[in-house]
Design a binder for this molecule. Sequence first.
Ligand code: PLP
Length: 405
Amino acid sequence: MPPSVESLAATGLSRRSFFRFAAGASALATTPFLSESHLAFAAIPDFADPNIGIHIDANENPMGPCDAARQAIANIIPRGGRYLFPLDDVPAQTFAKQQGLDPEFVVSFAGSSEPLHYTVLAFTGKDKPLVTADPGYEAPIWAAKAAGAPVIKVPLADPKGAATHDIKAMLAASPNPGVLYICNPNNPTGTVTPREQIEYAVHNAPKDTVLLIDEAYIHFCDQPSSLQYVKEGRNVIVLRTFSKIYGMAGLRMGFAIGRPDLLKKIARFYGLNALPITAVAAANASLADSSLVPTRKKLIGDTRTETIAWLKSKGYSTTPSVSNCFMLDVGRPGKEVQAALAAKQMFVGRIWPAWPNSLRITVGTPDEMMAFRKAFSEVMSGATAGLKPAPLPGRLAAYPYTHLS
Ligand code: PLP
């Protein structure tokens, strides 16, 4: 029997060296391209073994791929020696048909991180800033830095309440943004920005600005999608991923949806790589499973509601999330609580510098969330040692995290 990948990764050394490599070796600039997987991993305190314990730290879906997707993967494995290039477009075509979009408007990638980075690289620059929300998903910031573009972070409106994007302030932040990034629902808060606000941005953004609307978490909520603006021919690129509700983060599949002339600026400039055929097969099977989204939305939504209600009953406030993650105000430096939880092998999400007393919690399985309640109660009551200042996490030290603050 060959060794399992988990056993090969047990020391964490290879991944740590990856970060050193990533920090110094980006071909485009001195800043690496980082996405949720890197950022979540990097935030794990150095003393902890990331290969064990409960992980509610990367907004993954513990359910994994649906049964039909698993079967589709098994069926296609014998053909794994081939590129099967013609199959690459099949999920995009299926999606386009389901959404009433022209197939030319949808391109598949191995996850949505690539088109996210590429859009920022293609449309921002020295005089064309990235405007983004704070706290918000950090990946576009890294890409903007690689593009040499200024980054303007605009605090969320009503941070103690609805925590929506402050669209008017975002529009006022720069006369000529290259990209205005709207993550809806937002990572890390799980909150939605109402449709009228998005519409306002679509109608009032400068004519050369691209609105990058990231719908990684759209399936968890009742908010209508922004695909309509793509259909209207606006300067909008919508991102979708199979990493969240579809449970395929490790398989890698996502879409960029936009006008062909916008997509060409991404694809022609940066090229398109072949896709893993397992992910192509799984994505297509997932799209065909009409019960997947409503079933998982309800399961995860129920677990989220119960967890948040319990936290409130204990006196803690959270963001009003409609997604698979929320921010939890722990009333003291979040880093300390994160480290104390990690010492109990309970891995929760990272801290955003704008909200240092809050931790991002991903909604896991009901059992995982019960274990979280127990560990959190122990840590917050000080029943066990743990609220010592966290040692500087070595994984963070391995790359220039300070770029984000
Ligand atoms: N966009 C947002 C807002 C995310 O939170 C993530 C991952 O967590 C992604 C995009 C990228 O996901 P992936 O590259 O796995 O599709």
